[in-house]
Design a binder for this molecule. Sequence first.
Ligand code: JFZ
Length: 501
Amino acid sequence: MKYNKLIKALLLGAAFINMPAVFSQWTGPRKKVEKRIDVKYGPLTPAHRTDAAMERFRNYGLGQFIHWGLYAIPGNEWEGVSARKGAAASEWIRTWSGPTAPKDWKNIYDHLYKQFNPRGFDAKVWAKQAKEMGARYLIFTTKHHDGFALWPSKYTDYTIKTSPYKKDIVKQVVDAYTAEGIDVFLYYSIMEWNNPNYFSKAPSTPEEKVKFDKFLAYTRNQLLELLDNYPEIKGFWFDGTWDQSWIQAYDFTYKLEKELREKHPKLIIGSRFRNDEYGKRHFDSNGDMLGDYEQGWERKMPKEFEWLEGRDWDCVMTIPPNGWGYMKDWSGIYTKTSDDLIDMLMNCVSMNGNFVLNFGPDGNGQMHPEEDKLAKEIGDWIKINGEAVYGVRHAGLAPSKLGYFTRKEDNLYLTVFNRPVNNIVRIAVPKNSTEVPTTAILLQNGQALELKHADIGLDLDKNTYYDVALPETFVSKKAFVLKMTLGSPKTQSEKLMDAKM
Ligand code: JFZ
């Protein structure tokens, strides 16, 4: 490696220093725990909650994430210089370092609140857009790693109240989305970059311990405050919980989770809040999930349904490759198309997960124009095909190369992304299955399609096949959905003999 290349790599590495370690549990099936041990700080809720709030979560299908905060002002650049090579992501711009970083940057950033005055912000406009897109829940950043609170917290001055805007943003968002029938979850970062009482390492000296205890009390106060202020919220989406200081505070975090749940009995909390006494995060030392659903599918999805072992989960996704906060400049990077996003949505719901698409509004409260366009395209698609998206479950069939199966009661849906050249959509069903497709229509217009059993008679094949014929005249520029009714198979007239040889 050339010298200057090496320097660049080192500088970029520095920008990521605070980033969490890669969690191997999200890239393959989880390893079985050999021997269960005594864990005092394990899960506080059952692995599979059956209450109405959790059932509702399972039926959301599509969600919206919004990252909004002071980082929206620079939009990943400052005075014409891009932070792309100096910060891990646009909402991480405070950590901008290396040759492109402005002089005294952190100090500039920490004073951005004096300019935060999004006159164009109208929570009702966002909520209406989310509704039109088909989002059933929202995850909204109340406070990101920079520590700036978008609600007037009593426990710090670093809040929206001391900005020129002054008004409570969290309240406007909660009210507007709730009025549209969209459930609200609050994103909350534990880690704070500019709080003198916060440490990334576990506090070791008595002074550090005093300070960190203050930080823990402050965290508790803010969370109880959020529940008091916005009792209609359905859950918290925690982040920034990977530092040793937090990991070592397992006794505190266990009690805090208990307290939050007692205060708000149906609260939904993902697996990214706390760890057990052995430092095991997301899953405790026995492999039991800590929280109500898997919260590690961030910009990734399980390759196989079996990896999930029946757990609830959601996948949160950016439109650019990475970067959750506003990014003025989308040129020169691949940004996902509505086809990409609908594909991911169907992939998630076909495996019982929710898909949560992130938006990063600008410093004036406007979505990026490309986000507006994508929201409209996704909404247009969902209006026609939503039946295959909401309230559906994994269909129990082997994955199809043509698209994704979902199921609701006796209806089987196949969202086709890859149309066969011969216009025959072949569906594999286990030979011994008691339920098989009996009728098929195109969901978008109700047109009946010819469906026939194609018993191709392959020995050693566990499956038999059902063929749905697509009319050649049917043209679609987007994925389309076949809706099939499931019923008993017709009794076979002749039982084919196994090959003898
Ligand atoms: C975190 C934040 O650092 C980021 O800014 C954004 O808010 C995102 C939603 O969450 O980033 C993470 C956190 C965890 C992992 C990856 C990125 N992880 O577990 O792999």
